[in-house]
Design a protein around this ligand. Structure first.
Ligand SMILES: [Zn+2]
Length: 199
């Protein structure tokens, strides 16, 4: 067994400064935080700061891999992994699912570590495209598989709640590496197992 520590990238969170900034932001948006009619608003800047700090903090974890002693050489797919991330353009959440597959090389990974890896890259300011690529590249780096494929399907609240109000529009992104990119059969198998047909 081999453990690789995947560390949170974050510097410190200053909750007091974030709360003060949140209070200033809400006031600038014309919200009266001191109204006796809505006393609950007094603590809203604090809750706001805590919520954003949580959504932007990725926990460190151990990426645990094992020698592939049985020589397993079929695709491993973990699908419907929840994705909760934050659009870096609007500071609004985007949510959906990731489907991650790999064809093992000399090592296999504990399956719970794939959702942890997705979460690690999701809990920060992101674009969906970068999130997809980062998950694929991290698995290449830490697992050295024969191939990796990642599909992310997400709904962006910055699109569905404002502007053109594109309803439930779903954005799909994919990243493929190794045989999933270079071998047509592996590529087709991955996208079929991931429930997604590339354009
Ligand atoms: Zn956005």
């Amino acid at each position: 067994m081999r453990r690789t520590r995947i560390s949170s990238l974050r510097a410190g969170v200053d909750l007091v400064a974030a709360e003060n900034a949140g209070r200033a932001l809400l006031r600038a948006l014309g919200i009266d935080l001191d109204s006796t009619a809505t006393p609950d608003l007094a603590r809203t800047p604090r809750r706001f700061a805590e919520a954003y700090a949580e959504l932007l903090t990725s926990e460190s974890f151990d990426f645990t891999t094992f020698e592939n002693i049985e020589g397993y050489d079929e695709m491993v797919i973990v699908s419907d992994i929840p994705v909760q991330s934050m659009c870096e353009h609007h500071l609004l959440p985007f949510t959906g699912k990731a489907h991650v597959g790999y064809l093992p090389g000399d090592r296999v990974v504990g399956l719970s570590k794939i959702p942890r890896m997705v979460n690690h890259f999701a809990r920060r300011l992101q674009t969906q495209e970068r999130l997809t690529v980062q998950i694929a590249d991290a698995l290449v780096d830490h697992l050295a598989p024969q191939g990796v494929g990642v599909v992310v399907e997400a709904t962006h609240t910055c699109t569905t709640l404002r502007g053109v109000r594109a309803g439930t529009a779903i954005t799909r992104t994919s990243a493929v590496r190794g045989v999933m990119r270079d071998d047509p059969r592996s590529r087709t198998e991955f996208f079929a197992l991931a429930g997604h047909t590339p354009h």
